[in-house]
Every structure is written in structure tokens, then in C-alpha cells.
Design a protein around this ligand. Structure first.
Ligand code: LLP
Length: 442
């Protein structure tokens, strides 16, 4: 028997602490962090650590919340594959009718492998699409090419001509809107490499409309990632709406507006309860400027769908104290999850088992990996309940931009991934072996 404990963090419905009972008298045991109905300690024992664990229920619920928020406008959610590209996760989303935003031939191949029919719901973004990638996307029957430069327009026309296929296009315009986020993931200012300046858009559309094998279909925009305030989205969209009106006046058929992704999540507290309101505010900001325009809205969310659905389990190898400064050295490292090292990102870190008598004895400690870099840390001066060597910790909200950014630095094989659904668990990527890494080398 289990019951929810409210005093410790958790991410309902994906990750929550449950009170365990043990013995014939069913005395209170320790609190156990679970993913859906499965205690994480069991997963760590069975599959080893470091281990990525995902909650399928969380992914499905967040996708549905998105869909509900946009119910008043014709729309297609094109999940941004870059956030988490595991085939099983793509399959889960494809089964729910989701489309996909891809940025490489590799991502397109993943989508096609997960569900061949989903190609009709693929938008292809990216500043540097190669001719090979463009050709593959044309053959697959991509819904929309988001063009980011004049040179790319000609490359696409050339590839489409060779196949005698018509390429549906939108320009990704840069609306010159500032959004508060980390500078590495802000994209909507003119100094950024992305898109074409909105001021040049009419001339580019005029150019494109005369080109055989190209068909103007829409306008795209994406202003950055991890943006928690809805207003910059609204501002960008009202500039896009003005452009749509101008383009229609110029005689172009604009059926689609692609709003990109970028909706942020809360990394410092659970957001399951507030997420529906947050997406609703986002939807209101996006759709208000589009009213009357009768367009089909494309959305490219990544992080907001899968971020809170994932945790990284890691075991404490050693406890160490340098002149009073305490460290927990864990078996995951910056190669497995680079967000703290790369962006100074905060991820909540909690023990998967908490003995209630240890709660009072908390201590401030750094949680670091074994890689030979000072940047190899997951948390600094974190206050955790007393933990011991071999205990397992969970690093939360790593479902997006976790495993996809993992590398083999220090010749460390990448972690395994499992997908939980209620009481069932599926290994969705086996742990890499050193031999896998050596195989490609001559
Ligand atoms: N569409 C385009 C054109 C994008 O460039 C991105 C993200 C998305 C959609 C999805 O954005 P999302 O909804 O996930 O915010 N590695 C960084 C995030 C990089 C985002 C890149 N582009 C991180 O770990 O925070």
C-alpha cells in the first residue's frame, strides 16, 4: 500500500514520493520516489545507472493539454524531435496523431522509422539543410520547408526540379523580438543566425512565387527556447500576422503559420498543476493576433512536452570532503547531461529513497560527476537529506535536451533509457558498451 507524501518534491503524475509499508504490521517504511507505479530503486537495480527514465503518462497528458489549449483554431502539433528523439517516444507521439519538426536528415529518418505515415506531418527547419537532406525530405513528402536564406531557396528549387516535385515553403522570419532566456537559446533578434529579416520577407516571397517547383504556403517564426512569459510570443505573432496580411495583399496564398516552439517549463518546482493554465496563456497570446486570418497553425513544442517527463538516475560512488567542502561524486557526468555545464541550468536533485529520520539531517553538498572538468557538476551547494555511498539520486526534468545531447567524452558509454507506463517498463535504448564506441574507429 502506498500513499502520496506532499512534503517532498515530486512531479505528479510522473514522479512522486510514496510512503512504503513493511513487515507484517505494515509499519511505515522509507519514502520511495516512483515513476508512475514503479519505484525508481527497482529500475536502478534492474537496468543499472546512469539511467534515463521517462513517464509515458506525463508525455501524453502534456500533449493533450497542448491540444486542448489550441482547440479553437485549426492546428497541428509538430513535436520538436531535437528535444528527445528516442524512437519509442516518437512512436508514442505519432500514435496520438502528432506531427514532427525535424532539423536534419537523421531526425527525418527517425520519424520515418517510428511511423512512415507521419512524414505528411513533418516540418523541416534549420539554417544549414544540405542538398542530400532536402532531397530526402522531398521524397518523404514533407508538409513544409522552413527556408532560412535566399541561397537555401535556390538549393531547394534545384532539388525539387531534379525530382519534378513541388516543395511547399515558408520563410522563417526573424521578428527582432527579444525574449528573456539564456543567450545561447535566444534566436529572435537580428544579430542571430536564424531566419530572414522580417523587413526583407516581402521581397523574398515575391522572388519565391515565380520559381517553378516551389509553392508558397506559409510563414514561420521561432524566437527561442525556455521562454516562460507569453508576451514575447504574442509580440512576434502580431508581427507575423501583419506580414501575412501584406503577403495576401501581394497575392500569395498563405495557409499556414508555423509558430515554432519555445514554451518554457518550471525547473525549480513541479508544474503539472499549473501547466494547463500556462499553455492556455501561451495559446491566447499566439492566437489573438491570428484571429480573422483563417490560417492553420503549426506548433513545434519540444521541452514543454517531454521535459518534466524524464529523470536521470545516478548512483553515489563516493562521498568526499575537501576542508569541509562536501561533494557527492556520482556515476553520471556532464557527458550524460550537459545542461548544467553548458547553460548553468538548474535541475532539482533528490534521493530516490528517503528515510524519514534522515530528513532533519540534511547537508549542503555539490553533486559532481567523474569527468576531468570543473564544469562537470549537476548541482552546487544543494541541501539533500543524508545520503550514503551507493544510494541513488534522481536528477529531475531531464526529458528534454538530456539524452539527445549526451556524448562519449572520456570514453564514457551513454546511459540506457526506459519508458514507464503504469506498472510496465520498457527498455527503449540499451546501455552503450565501450565496444560500441570503438567499432567505428579504424
Ligand atoms: N523549433 C525550432 C526551430 C527550434 O530551434 C527549437 C529549439 C524548437 C522548435 C523547440 O523548442 P522548445 O519547445 O524545446 O523550447 N539545448 C537547449 C535548447 C535548445 C533549443 C533549440 N531549438 C537546452 O537544453 O535548453
Amino acid at each position: 500500500m502506498t500513499s502520496r507524501n506532499q512534503s517532498l518534491p515530486g512531479r505528479p503524475p510522473g514522479f512522486t514520493y510514496q510512503q512504503t509499508k513493511r513487515g507484517l504490521l505494515r509499519k511505515k517504511g522509507p519514502l520511495a520516489l516512483q515513476c508512475e507505479d514503479i519505484p525508481l530503486t527497482k529500475l536502478a537495480q534492474k537496468f543499472g545507472t546512469p539511467l534515463y527514465v521517462y513517464s509515458s503518462q506525463t508525455i501524453s497528458e502534456r500533449l493533450s493539454a497542448f491540444d486542448r489549449a489550441f482547440r479553437d483554431i485549426p492546428h497541428t502539433i509538430c513535436y520538436s524531435v531535437k528535444a528527445n528523439s528516442n524512437l519509442s517516444i516518437l512512436r508514442l507521439l505519432a500514435r496520438k496523431g502528432c506531427g514532427f519538426d525535424v532539423v536534419s536528415g537523421g531526425e527525418l529518418e527517425r520519424v520515418m522509422t517510428a511511423d512512415r505515415r507521419a512524414a505528411k506531418r513533418v516540418v523541416f527547419s534549420g539554417v544549414g539543410k544540405t542538398r542530400e537532406e532536402i532531397t530526402a525530405a522531398l521524397k518523404a513528402g514533407t508538409l513544409l520547408f522552413n527556408i532560412e536564406s535566399e541561397s537555401e531557396l535556390w538549393a531547394l528549387a534545384e532539388c525539387a526540379g531534379r525530382l519534378r516535385a513541388t516543395a511547399p515553403i515558408a520563410f522563417r522570419v526573424n521578428p527582432d523580438v527579444a525574449a528573456e532566456t539564456h543567450p545561447y537559446i535566444s534566436t529572435g533578434l537580428h544579430k542571430h543566425k536564424f531566419g530572414v529579416p522580417i523587413s526583407k520577407a516581402r521581397a523574398l516571397y515575391a522572388e519565391a512565387s515565380g520559381v517553378r517547383y516551389l509553392k508558397v504556403r506559409g510563414v514561420s517564426v521561432h524566437i527561442g527556447s525556455q521562454i516562460t512569459d507569453a508576451s514575447p510570443f504574442g509580440e512576434a505573432m502580431s508581427r507575423v500576422a501583419d506580414l501575412v496580411r501584406e503577403l495576401r495583399r501581394d497575392g500569395h496564398e498563405i495557409d499556414y503559420v508555423d509558430a515554432g516552439g519555445g514554451l518554457g517549463i518550471s525547473y525549480d518546482q513541479p508544474d503539472a498543476a499549473t501547466f494547463p493554465q500556462q499553455v492556455a496563456a501561451y495559446a491566447a497570446a499566439l492566437t489573438k493576433p491570428l484571429r480573422e486570418l483563417k490560417i492553420h497553425l503549426l506548433l513545434e513544442p519540444g521541452r514543454s512536452i517531454v521535459g518534466p517527463a524524464g529523470a536521470l538516475l545516478t548512483s553515489i560512488i563516493y562521498k568526499k570532503s575537501n576542508n569541509g567542502k562536501k561533494f557527492l561524486i556520482v556515476d553520471a557526468a556532464m557527458n550524460d547531461l550537459i545542461r548544467p555545464a553548458l547553460y548553468g541550468a538548474f535541475h532539482e536533485i533528490v534521493p530516490v529513497t528517503v528515510h524519514t529520520d534522515q530528513l532533519a539531517k540534511s547537508e549542503a553538498t555539490d553533486i559532481v560527476g567523474p569527468v576531468c572538468e570543473t564544469g562537470d557538476f549537476f548541482g552546487r551547494d544543494r541541501t539533500l537529506p543524508m545520503v550514503e555511498e551507493r544510494d541513488v539520486l534522481a536528477i529531475l526534468d531531464v526529458g528534454a535536451y538530456g539524452m539527445v545531447l549526451a556524448s562519449n567524452y572520456n570514453t564514457r558509454p551513454r546511459p540506457a533509457e526506459v519508458l514507464v507506463s503504469g506498472k510496465s517498463v520498457k527498455l527503449i535504448r540499451r546501455r552503450e558498451k565501450v565496444s560500441d564506441l570503438l567499432r567505428a574507429e579504424l
